[in-house]
Design a protein around this ligand. Structure first.
Ligand SMILES: [Zn+2]
Length: 180
């Protein structure tokens, strides 16, 4: 890494509170503490996503928060330190949509250098619960193949919105065609 990494909001050492300085260390230029040697390693956060169906219809939530606030998307959320990606995906789907999912396979891993997250998408089936819009969701819906909500690509705006939209398009692609 020859250039400075993207800016961080962290200005102070997480261990001793001294002001961080960007230095060449451990194979890159990283915020480093001149007082205690703390190095701020920055990594993308894993996000689990459930592309789940119930009786042949795709579960989507309408997002209550950025990125893509107001857009329909599969339930998804950050993995906490004390859970697996699969566990986080099941938990987030329950929190957002009120339903329990059984995951049955990896659909894809999506990442890009400038977005700060890695999305790990699973296919699954709704196995119980009562659909209702929960945390971070405005609405919950089940959509037949070929009848997914039409939504425009985000025109301008930040890279995360545009990238997240392409991920949603990719994982829902089989659902946007009418089955032969
Ligand atoms: Zn320090």
């Amino acid at each position: 890494m020859a250039t400075d990494p993207p800016p961080t909001l962290k200005k102070f050492c997480l261990d001793c509170g001294a002001a961080l300085q960007t230095r060449a260390v451990a194979g890159g230029r990283r915020p480093t503490c001149p007082a205690c040697g703390f190095i701020l390693f920055r990594n993308p956060t894993p996000v689990g996503m459930a592309v789940a169906e119930r009786e042949g219809q795709l579960l989507l939530i309408r997002r209550g928060n950025p990125p893509l606030q107001g857009y329909w998307a599969p339930p998804a959320g950050h993995v906490e330190i004390d859970e697996s990606v699969e566990g986080a995906t099941i938990r987030e789907t329950f929190e957002e949509a009120g339903v329990k999912v059984a995951l049955n396979g990896l659909l894809g891993v999506f990442s890009r250098a400038d977005v700060g997250v890695v999305i790990i998408a699973y296919s699954g089936k709704v196995a119980g619960g009562q659909a209702r819009a929960g945390e971070d969701a405005i609405e919950v819906g089940f959509f037949a193949p070929g009848a997914l909500p039409e939504q425009p690509a985000p025109a301008e705006g930040d890279a995360v919105d545009r990238w997240f939209f392409t991920v949603i398009e990719k994982v829902t692609e089989p659902w946007r065609k009418i089955e032969a």
